[in-house]
Design a protein around this ligand. Structure first.
Ligand SMILES: *[C@@H]1O[C@H](CO)[C@@H](O)[C@H](O)[C@H]1NC(C)=O
Ligand SMILES: *[C@@H]1O[C@H](CO)[C@@H](O)[C@H](O)[C@H]1NC(C)=O
Length: 429
């Protein structure tokens, strides 16, 4: 029974490949704390780290000291060999360098869900590999958490691992019980990010907004990658140009919602009447002077799961490597077929297109779901492996450029599948 349920949810995963009272504005004698996370690595995921760096610049220029800002990002962009401007990371066309001064608290393999949860709990002793910087927040403090990542139902992807909604919810409850904040605000940009917050209570002073469906934007011809995510750049560009001591979270939410569908709010929505500065700035510091941004005429939106394909399409066409494109499409087709076989194998439904493949089920059993995800990842394919996720052709083409043929990690056949099948490809969430 559990096995079937598991598979059903996993399918969702692979297919998803998816005010009355005005609260006080100041945190009193309290402090502002910020946690910023980019949940991916690799050049084709450039946008998540670019978003994170930009978020740091906003809270930094609005007076929150570095010792109250924890940044988690892989940090493989500035020195990446695909970076035509070493040391520079931008988050909009012709944008300024957002990489400057970003604290390196948790980089590389320290960007883990466990470290993230320890940071929120203020549990420095449990952190590994990073600086050990954690929230030291108390009952008078405001905490702002921003995450830009890939996601799937009930989870957010970190570079090598996943953060599960239920674990995040446990830690929020812990923070509430242990008086780790006065008010807590989450902004999450990832596919299916709404599913991270559906269980958020409305009576613990937490407010969250999510992108829910994530779109990449601002393709950069020189860098061959997308510079930002649409939900993210919309709230951040709003924070850049507005006076944050006047702008409210609600207005910021509406600005974002007017540009992207599917944005959602959770928790205590009365908190949205608070000023943005109460979370993205220091109450005692003067807010940063508003910037002027040149409007971007065509943001070039594309659903996040299609990003690797879109990058390949653009670069392959530019370089005349249509062969690469075809082989990637073949890889996706192969993946679909393998997925169908897994479903047939587990459910015993021997039809070409089992209905299950087209529905997303609600997840009931947290541990069961985790086990299933980990089993699937181990035995079917590792979708979050650090290697370039662009599918590699079965027979390398002599003219293939090394950048495009970088091998996928060893992929293991799903159990029960004929071994003659080419290995399935990692989809992008
Ligand atoms: C929501 O927040 C407001 C402002 O802080 C507070 O007055 C209200 O009691 C909260 N609602 C719940 C259900 O806790
Ligand atoms: C690749 O790009 C071309 C032109 O921009 C477009 O017509 C085509 O549909 C794209 N192919 C895929 C598979 O996305």
């Amino acid at each position: 029974m559990c096995r079937i349920m598991l598979t059903l949810t996993l399918l969702g995963l692979s297919i998803g490949l998816v005010a009355n009272a005005f609260p006080t504005q100041q945190s009193g004698n309290g402090k502002n704390w910020v946690v910023i996370v980019a949940g991916s690595n690799g050049w084709h995921n450039y946008r998540h780290q670019a978003d994170a760096c930009h978020a740091y610049q906003i809270v930094h220029k609005n007076g929150i000291p570095d010792k109250q800002i924890v940044v988690m990002m892989y940090d493989d962009l500035a020195t990446n060999k695909q970076n035509p401007t070493p040391g520079v990371v931008i988050n909009r066309p012709s944008g300024t360098n957002v990489y400057k001064g970003v604290p390196k608290d948790y980089t590389g393999n320290a960007v883990t869900p466990d470290n993230f949860l320890a940071v929120l709990k203020g549990d420095s002793a449990s952190t590994q590999l990073g600086s050990g910087k954690v929230l030291k927040s108390g009952p008078n403090d405001h905490v702002f958490v921003y995450i830009s990542a890939r996601g799937a139902p009930g989870l957010l992807a970190f570079p090598n691992d996943e953060l599960y909604a239920a674990d995040l919810m446990d830690v929020i409850e812990y923070m509430h019980k242990n008086k780790k904040y006065k008010k807590l605000v989450f902004y999450i940009d990832a596919c299916d990010s709404g599913s991270m917050m559906t269980k958020l209570p409305d009576d613990i002073n937490v407010y969250a907004t999510t992108a829910t469906n994530s779109y990449a934007c601002y393709y950069d011809e020189k860098r061959n990658t997308y510079l930002g995510d649409w939900y993210s750049v919309n709230w951040m560009e709003n924070s850049d140009v507005e006076d944050l001591s006047k702008e409210t979270l609600m207005r910021q939410f509406k600005v974002v919602r007017s540009k992207t569908r599917h944005v959602m709010q959770f928790g205590n929505k009365t908190l949205a009447n608070m000023k943005v500065k109460a979370f993205q700035g220091n109450a005692k510091a003067r807010p940063a002077p508003p910037m002027t941004l040149q409007p971007v005429v065509e943001p070039g939106l594309i659903p996040s799961p299609d990003v690797p394909m879109a990058i390949l399409n653009r670069t392959a066409t530019a370089k005349g490597h249509v062969y690469q494109l075809r082989s990637h499409l073949k890889g996706i087709e192969q993946l679909k077929q393998n997925m169908q076989k897994v479903v047939q194998c587990v459910t015993g439904v021997n039809r070409e297109n089992p209905k299950i493949l087209n529905v997303k089920m609600d997840k009931m059993q947290h541990q069961c779901y985790k086990d299933a995800v980990s089993h699937y990842k181990k035995h079917c394919f590792r979708w979050f492996s650090p290697e370039v996720r662009i599918a590699r052709p079965s027979v390398p083409h002599p003219k293939d450029s090394p950048a495009l043929t970088q091998a996928s990690p060893a992929l293991i056949q799903p159990p029960g599948l004929p071994s003659s099948d080419p290995a399935p490809r990692s989809p992008q969430l």
